[in-house]
Ligand binder design. Structure first.
Ligand code: PEP
Ligand code: MN
Length: 351
């Protein structure tokens, strides 16, 4: 259930509704939109539902809407105009600009991450990606550089005016990661790690929540709900391909999930055509399709020397291919009312 407050509702009227919701045993989540405030009612221990319904005629209340989906705080009706997530340094996800994150699958060395950061920044990326803690299918594969990798990511990102997105695998890593990271990525394998989701809900750090490889759209939104229920509303969803009967590609990138999620939820949605296909030559067509379908952002693997990459080299673009792809989506974005950042000169030269 949610309360749509009138545009002119006073703080006193809003606080009264919040207090009554709590008295009835539910949690109240306040979302202040541009035009009005919406109060979401969630929880499973509340009673006195009829008392809540009687509040529809309380001062300041426009109407009460029952949300029929099992996901509530992420439902589109909570914020019909869509959420915008401010990551800092002027980067806003969910606005007109399609935001691009790019970088290697894993941070491997100082030289590698600085090289790729300079090149993706120049091509117009706004975030640097790179795993420091890697969730590998095999325990014998490269597991990442850990905190040293985080330091290198931050250093390379700052030098090239980029923000950092990297994966968190366990609640115990959150504290060490917070100072280095702008967006915490929850990987496909952890989409339903509810301890991790709840722990991220207690922070105010933006989260990039990837769809599990066998997860439905509803399950993805319920995972977002775990983070939001803790009070962290900065959730960015990510379609990264699902398992289907087809084995030709690593996964099947569910492009249709983008408009479906746009209809169901106010949260921004990214696409990951790298893990979505697993093959370098299929990354650009799927990235173009995702932008055309309304994605709010892309996350793309780029490596200075993919042949020697310690993980996911097969699907990593060469930096020149990435720059070319950025030019292509620069042409597509305006057709669907969006923009892509311009190419920029190396940051040092422009200062
Ligand atoms: C990654 O981004 O490198 C990654 C492991 O992604 P996913 O969780 O989607 O497999
Ligand atoms: Mn990868």
């Amino acid at each position: 259930m949610l309360f749509n407050m009138r545009g002119e509702a006073t703080d006193e009227e809003i606080n009264h509704i919040v207090a009554r919701i709590k008295e009835c045993g539910y949690e109240a989540h306040l979302i202040r939109g541009k035009e009005r405030t919406v109060i979401g009612v969630v929880g499973n221990s509340g009673r006195h539902r009829s008392e809540l319904e009687a509040l529809s005629s309380a001062p300041g209340v426009e109407d009460i809407v029952k949300i029929s989906h099992p996901f509530k705080l992420s439902a589109r009706s909570m914020r019909p105009e869509g959420s915008q997530i401010d990551l800092g340094r002027g980067v806003i996800v969910g606005g007109k600009e399609v935001i691009v994150a790019a970088g290697p699958c894993a941070v491997e060395s100082r030289e590698q991450i600085h090289d790729v950061a300079a090149r993706v920044s120049k091509a117009g990326a706004k975030l640097l990606r790179g795993g420091a803690f890697k969730p590998r299918t095999s325990p014998y594969s490269f597991q990442g550089m850990g905190e040293d990798g985080l330091k290198l990511l931050r250093e390379a990102a700052d030098k090239n005016d980029l923000l950092v997105v990297t994966e968190v695998m366990d609640p115990s890593q959150i504290e060490v990661m917070l100072p280095y990271v702008d967006v915490m990525q929850v990987g496909a394998r952890n989409m339903q790690n509810y301890h991790l989701l709840r722990a991220l809900g207690e922070t105010q750090k933006a989260v990039l929540l990837k769809r599990g490889m066998s997860a439905t759209i509803e399950e993805l939104l319920l995972s977002a709900e775990y983070i939001m229920a803790g009070g962290n509303y900065k959730v960015i969803l990510c379609e990264r391909g699902i398992r289907t009967f087809d084995t030709y590609l690593r996964n099947t990138l569910d492009i249709a999930a983008i408009p479906v999620i746009k209809g169901l939820s106010h949260l921004p949605i990214f696409a990951d055509p790298s893990h979505g296909t697993g093959r370098r030559d299929k990354v650009a067509p799927m990235a173009r399709a995702a932008v055309a379908a309304g994605a709010d952002g892309l996350i793309i693997e780029v490596h200075p020397d993919p042949e020697r990459a310690l993980s996911d080299g097969v699907q990593s673009l060469y930096p020149d291919q990435f720059a070319h792809l950025m030019n292509e989506i620069r042409a597509i974005a305006p057709a669907v009312g969006r923009t892509i950042a311009e190419t920029r000169f190396p940051v040092e030269a422009s200062r």
